[in-house]
Write a new protein. Structure first.
Length: 760
């Protein structure tokens, strides 16, 4: 939100008051409170008829400083984000001219002695960012009689800003205006389903704004050398998080707000959907499942979209028995084919639903102030919205999920949760509707995830969610929403996903082939490559079935090849997923996250790293052409065998690929345990029959091994000295075939003991 007219003037009707000096302060072991009036105090009379900001500085964790700006100290409104606050002690020093407040390597510096107010955030004597003189402000808008609190944090020259949720606008956020406000706006506009008030920079730090309501950002836009953020009200709290690397920033942010749960291994396999408005019944469903099996295409999950229930009755949790006369038997038959079952749900209850009258009578819906249910006709006629602040409503909702799980359903697609009312909306617990708008997604998905853990166990809980806010990463997986069957939308989806994954979220998916429109065979095949090299993989559409044989015979071959490729890589992918669960570093990640020292990687948004060792560059055109970048090192395309020896400063490549190949490159020293014959994503990974080693350099190299439950089994260790390589694969259940990929040759050999030395 903009408050100024150019650099010097305020907009009409806007009154801006900023701290001018540190007048007084209180210091305790765990907090510093600073009193900063809105003009310099020269004589006693200057303390009259004058506003002042009270600024609280604390440290929730090492290398994190929390700053809370308060104009009027008012009662807090619910809800609030759950923060892992360790209440760390501060190291505070005061001189005649300066106060320093340190939490680990991060220090806030405030001038004293009547000097102009500012806060500099430094680490190792380097200024990371600063709240310059005049940056902080309490603001009155006389036009609408609203009050705001504002902060502006400076950007060093060359500093780039990333994150702020799943944003489909340019990957680097400098120059953008962003409102943190969940909306059902598709994947091609400035709106987003998953808005997160957190950004990180390539400059050693990130900033989290601890507010669930709308946070308005001006990212080097209103003031081109600052990131401005503001909220309506009388207080504003933000956390500065020091890295210095992007991975360390993300780990600390995830430690504050929650780390991703580890999804079950089966969820990484292929999901096939009925699609949305297509005509389907049990006969159609079984035809698709059988068709995939007949064509040798492994499938792990079948998803029933909205019309498993009757139209106008969403959500009633009741199978449409005209189309599915024997749901229990059908689920048993699907399970008999080795598949899991997902069904679509949402938190809205249509007036025609059998549940509406009960929910209304019991007070389970968001209400108007006059006591009536808050209703509208958007999506479903007369729908009400479940009030997840009411514990009885939560249990009521969960009971219907429990019944479906008892019937044989394995998981839920938790759709919607963005169009949550704010005007004349009343919650059971009195929560502020502005704060609840974004936070609703957290409560909704938390309820569903919790019942899955209760019924299935911790290691089996997974959802397929669209909406999210801070902390929602604890309830994976999330997918990108309603994209288009166009290459531009495919690229938009990746860009939005990478932005989202820089906000503490570990796992992400998208609708392969696009949701809207009719996909061409060409885009279906290219999107299949991308989708099967993503964290999670689902075919889904709106108006057409997404089974490959409806496109052409080659689509069947492409689907089979890339499903089998992903399944073969599961020992590597699941070990990386465990790392994501432990750290909050995403499985799919922007290249700069892995190569922060390479300035050429800072803007890359059409390629990504899949874990620490694989580079993926999807193809976004019908010519098979791709331009991609490789950082310094030796890279091997694991599909073609081509080796790229990239010198310092990196290199760009222009290439063309058929539908069975694309740039999928292993980093030097990568050790990929693989099972080319895998038929499902969930199998004993330590039994994988092949170990592929790429461009092994001199020295010791170690790769962790986990089983299909995420339990650590130990490590594989390879040590190289010239042409001699010692191998220890004691963590594996059996001895694999070793495939050494060297610059000039590929060497295959069997090993006969758990540890031995070979000469290449």
């Amino acid at each position: 939100m903009k408050f100024t007219n150019g650099y010097w003037l305020a907009r009409d009707g806007i009154e801006i008051s900023s701290p001018q000096e540190v007048y007084d302060f209180d210091v305790t072991d765990q907090s510093v409170t600073v009193f900063a009036p809105y003009r310099h105090i020269k004589v006693r009379g200057d303390t009259l008829n004058l506003g002042m900001s009270t600024i609280h500085v604390t440290s929730p964790q090492e290398n994190v400083l929390a700053v809370k700006l308060v104009h009027f100290d008012q009662l807090p409104k619910a809800p609030c984000f759950n923060i892992n606050d360790q209440h760390r002690s501060l190291d505070t020093s005061v001189s005649d001219t300066e106060m320093t407040i340190s939490a680990g390597e991060l220090t806030a510096r405030l001038p004293l002695g009547k000097r102009d107010f500012k806060i500099e955030f430094t680490a190792n004597d380097r200024v990371l960012t600063a709240s310059e003189y005049g940056a902080q402000a309490e603001i009155c808008d006389r036009n609408d009689r609203k009050h705001y609190m504002r902060e502006q944090l400076s950007l060093n020259i060359g500093a780039l800003v990333y994150g702020l949720g799943e944003r489909f606008t340019p990957f680097v956020k400098n120059g953008q205006v962003v409102d943190i406000w969940n909306q059902d706006g598709g994947t091609g506009s400035e709106q987003a389903y998953k808005n997160i008030p957190f950004y990180l920079t390539n400059d050693g730090y990130g900033v989290y704004v601890n507010h669930p309501e709308r946070v308005s950002y001006e990212v080097a836009s209103e003031n081109v050398s600052r990131v401005q953020f503001s909220v309506e009200g009388q207080a504003l709290e933000y956390y500065v998080i020091y890295g210095p690397t992007p991975k360390e920033i993300l780990e600390r942010y995830a430690s504050l707000t929650g780390k991703p749960a580890l999804p079950p291994a089966w969820s990484f396999g292929l999901w096939l959907s009925t699609s949305f408005t297509t005509d389907y019944s049990e006969k159609t469903v079984m035809k698709f499942i059988d068709g995939m099996q007949e064509r040798g295409i492994p499938l792990d999950v079948f998803h029933f979209d909205c019309f498993w229930m009757k139209g106008f009755e969403w959500t009633n949790f009741e199978w449409d028995t005209e189309q599915f006369p024997d749901p229990e038997g059908m689920l048993e038959r699907i399970h008999g084919k080795g598949l899991k079952v997902c069904v679509w749900i949402n938190p809205y209850i249509a007036q025609k639903s059998s549940l509406f009258a009960e929910g209304k009578q019991q007070g389970y819906f968001i209400k108007h102030s006059d006591g009536n249910v808050w209703q509208w006709d958007l999506w479903q006629a007369g729908q009400g919205v479940v009030d997840f602040t009411n514990p009885q409503a939560v249990e009521w909702y969960k009971d219907y999920l429990r019944a479906l799980l008892d019937m044989g359903v394995d998981t839920f697609k938790t759709d919607f949760g963005e169009r949550i009312p704010t005007e004349d909306a009343v919650y059971f617990d009195g929560s502020d509707p502005e704060k609840m708008h974004n936070y609703y997604a957290y409560l909704y998905n938390e309820a569903v995830f919790d019942v899955l853990k209760e019924k299935k166990g911790d290691g089996e809980a997974v959802v397929f969610a669209r909406s999210a806010t801070v902390g929602s990463q604890k309830y994976p997986v999330h997918w990108g929403g309603d994209n288009l069957s166009r290459y531009t939308s495919m690229a938009d989806s990746l860009r939005g996903g990478l932005s989202f994954l820089l906000c503490g979220f570990g796992f992400w998916s998208h609708d392969i082939g696009g949701f809207e429109d009719t996909a061409t065979a060409d885009i279906y095949k290219r999107w299949t490559q991308f989708g099967l090299l993503s964290s999670h993989s689902r075919y889904h559409g709106n108006i057409e079935y997404r089974v490959p044989w409806t496109y052409d015979s080659e689509a069947v071959d492409v689907t089979r090849a890339f499903v089998k490729l992903k399944l073969s890589l599961m020992p590597y992918l699941y070990a990386e997923a465990v790392h994501t669960h432990e750290t909050g570093i995403p499985l799919m990640r922007p290249v700069f996250l892995e190569f922060p020292e390479d300035v050429n990687s800072f803007g890359l948004d059409r390629q990504y790293m899949l874990g620490r060792n694989l580079m993926v560059a999807p193809i976004f055109n019908d010519e098979g052409a791709v331009k991609y970048y490789l950082p310094e090192g030796i890279w091997t395309n694991i599909l073609t065998g081509k080796v790229y020896d990239v010198e310092k400063n990196g290199a760009w490549f222009d290439e063309r690929y058929d539908y069975l190949t694309l740039p999928l490159l292993a980093r030097e020293n990568s050790m990929l345990l693989m099972n080319p014959s895998a038929e499902h994503a969930d199998y004993p990974y330590p039994d994988a029959p092949e170990l592929h080693v790429f461009q092994l350099a001199d020295g010791r190299h170690e790769q962790r091994v986990v089983d299909q439950r995420g339990n650590a089994c130990g490590s594989m260790v390879l040590c190289r000295h010239g042409r001699d390589v010692s191998i220890d694969v004691g963590a594996l259940s059996s001895l694999p075939k070793i495939v050494m990929h060297e610059k000039d040759q590929t060497i295959k050999f069997d090993i006969t003991a758990s540890e031995q030395t070979i000469t290449l």
